[in-house]
Design a protein around this ligand. Structure first.
Ligand code: XMP
Length: 512
């Protein structure tokens, strides 16, 4: 196991992904909980993340002395490198030339971190992002590589197994980064690559059996990948002690509800209640136009329906949820203040308090891509497992303005055509998420010899690794033209198609 100490970098999660991709289990903790985590996790190595603060500021995050007292191998990245240097008696200064983006480092010495990868004298591209820098190395350290602006780009104290990088090895823009991290794990720290999905599945099943015993479990299915994988895993562990409740709010994409029901009832034989309550949801959404009001209405109603269905089943002792690791990681706020709520997310978050149930969350340690791998090992169809993320409030937040049955029908058709074209072009798996939005705007067009006055459909497609930041997908114009023509020809009610070229930030992925 490896402990990742978070100093608030935007890319800390990427460190964890690289470590796990190397077959090593790891967990992320905020910097001020590092000491307790060392005791609880008993890791074999520690990685200190980057962060936005300046170690020269009073009150900025520090690396807990316990990290160094543990005598474990340590890899410090950016701010983590400076925090390590500071803790070990080196000097860090601000006000130097700030360096962001690509830089070349020149290797000057060998070290286990760069063995088999970087030879002295060679130059290699890396991704820098820092303001401060180390000016005096702590005792025992020497330089392994330097860039023009960073004389201490890679530093090492081989006797104590301490290494520091001034650049980010976890991002794809550092081409050798993943292999540097592997060298740290295997050559420096000597950890074993024993984290596999097959092993996880066995452990998770044993843990579910142990936690649940002979009690009853109810699981809310949303149609998404996470809750589906959680349900199949739990079913494998405890069989028909599990019942799934599928609250069908009528806001899913074309064909999704029947796919979920078919998969669970017919393929897996998992007891499933299909609560078809779309009329109830549409009724509650009538006249609601504010995005937050929509989200809250849907979230509240979802809990009501789920609660009622669970009561009909005679209750259950446990509630199963497909909570993922990114929801569990305590985020380190750079400002120290509470984060602003951009959107109130709809999941079954309010349920446990309301229903006084204990939680079963077998995916709590996994990232999205790991859930997909697990889903495949559990035999879920690859097309289902590879589906793009879909928000809990569904199509309601892709119809700005009031949601009506008519609008949903139009949107569903346009969305299906768009996704069909994306699949046909072989782009589905390259894109993080793609969907159509139906705008509450009518514009004039001409079709045949007649005037039309119909709605506008916006297309959105983004690339992302975690949904936190995203860039619009650069389709070629032929693709967009072909898709627009099909949508306008085949979907009554739409006479204009536009493409959204906003990144996140400043935009969000969904429109509401
Ligand atoms: P935004 O729009 O905030 O979306 O950039 C980021 C990611 O989260 C998804 N999303 C949600 N997922 N419940 C969810 O489970 C929600 O209420 C919700 N709202 C947005 C969104 O689709 C994207 O993948």
């Amino acid at each position: 196991k490896v402990l990742i100490v978070d100093f608030g970098s935007q890319v800390t999660q990427l460190i964890a992904r690289r470590v796990r991709e190397a077959g090593v289990y790891c967990e992320i903790v905020p910097f001020d909980k590092a000491e307790a985590a060392l005791a609880a996790l008993n890791p074999r190595a520690v990685i200190l993340s980057g962060g936005p603060a300046s170690i020269t500021d009073e009150g900025s995050p520090r690396a807990a002395p316990a990290i160094f007292a543990s005598r474990l191998p340590v890899l410090g990245i950016c701010y983590g490198q400076q925090a390590m240097a500071h803790a070990l008696g080196g000097v860090v200064e601000g006000g130097h030339h700030r360096e962001f983006g690509r830089a070349d480092v020149e290797v000057s010495a060998r070290s286990p971190l760069t063995d088999g990868l970087w030879e002295p004298g060679a130059r290699h591209p890396v991704w820098m992002s820092h303001g401060d820098r180390i000016t005096v190395l702590p005792d025992g350290f020497h330089v392994v590589a330097a860039s023009e602006n960073a004389p201490y780009a890679v530093i090492a104290d081989e006797a104590r197994h301490y290494y520091g990088l001034m650049f980010h090895p976890e991002v794809v823009h550092t081409p050798d980064g993943a292999r540097l991290i592997e060298n740290f794990l295997f050559r420096v720290a000597g950890v074993k690559a024993d984290w596999t999905m097959a092993a996880f599945r066995e452990e998770a099943i044993a843990a579910i059996r142990e936690q649940v015993g002979s009690a009853k479990v109810v699981c809310g299915l949303s149609g998404g990948v996470d809750s589906a994988v959680a349900a199949v895993l739990i079913h494998e562990a405890i069989g028909d002690q599990l019942t799934c409740v599928f609250v069908d709010h009528g806001l899913l994409r074309a064909g999704e509800a029947s796919e979920v029901v078919g998969l669970f009832r017919d393929h897996y034989n998992i007891p499933l209640v299909h609560a078809d309550v779309s009329d109830m949801f549409l009724g509650a959404l009538a006249g609601v136009t504010d995005p937050e009001a929509k989200r809250k209405t849907i979230g509240r109603l979802f809990i009501d329906v789920f609660d009622a269905e669970a009561k009909k089943l005679g209750g259950a002792d446990f509630l199963a949820q497909g909570t993922l690791y990114p929801d569990v990681i305590e985020s380190v706020s750079a400002t120290g203040g509470p984060a602003v709520t951009i959107k109130s997310h709809h999941n079954v978050g309010g349920l446990p308090e309301r229903m006084k149930m204990k939680l079963v969350e077998p995916l709590r340690a996994l990232f999205k891509d790991e859930v997909r791998v697990l889903g495949r090992t559990l035999g879920l169809p690859p097309a289902f497992v590879g589906r793009h993320p879909f928000p809990g409030p569904g199509l309601a937040i892709r119809c700005p303005g009031e949601v009506t049955q008519e609008k949903l029908d139009i949107l569903r058709k346009a969305d299906a055509i768009y996704l069909e074209e994306i699949r046909r072009a072989g782009l589905y798996d390259t894109i993080w998420q793609a969907f159509a939005v139906l705008l509450p705007v009518r514009t004039v067009g001409v079709m045949g010899d007649g005037r039309t006055y119909d709605q506008v459909c916006a297309l959105r497609a983004v690339t992302s690794t975690d949904g936190m930041t995203a860039d619009f997908f650069p389709f070629d114009m032929t693709f967009l033209g072909r898709t627009a023509t099909r949508i306008i020809n085949e979907v009554r009610g739409i006479n204009r198609v536009v493409y959204d070229v906003t990144s996140k930030p400043p935009g969000t992925i969904e429109w509401e």
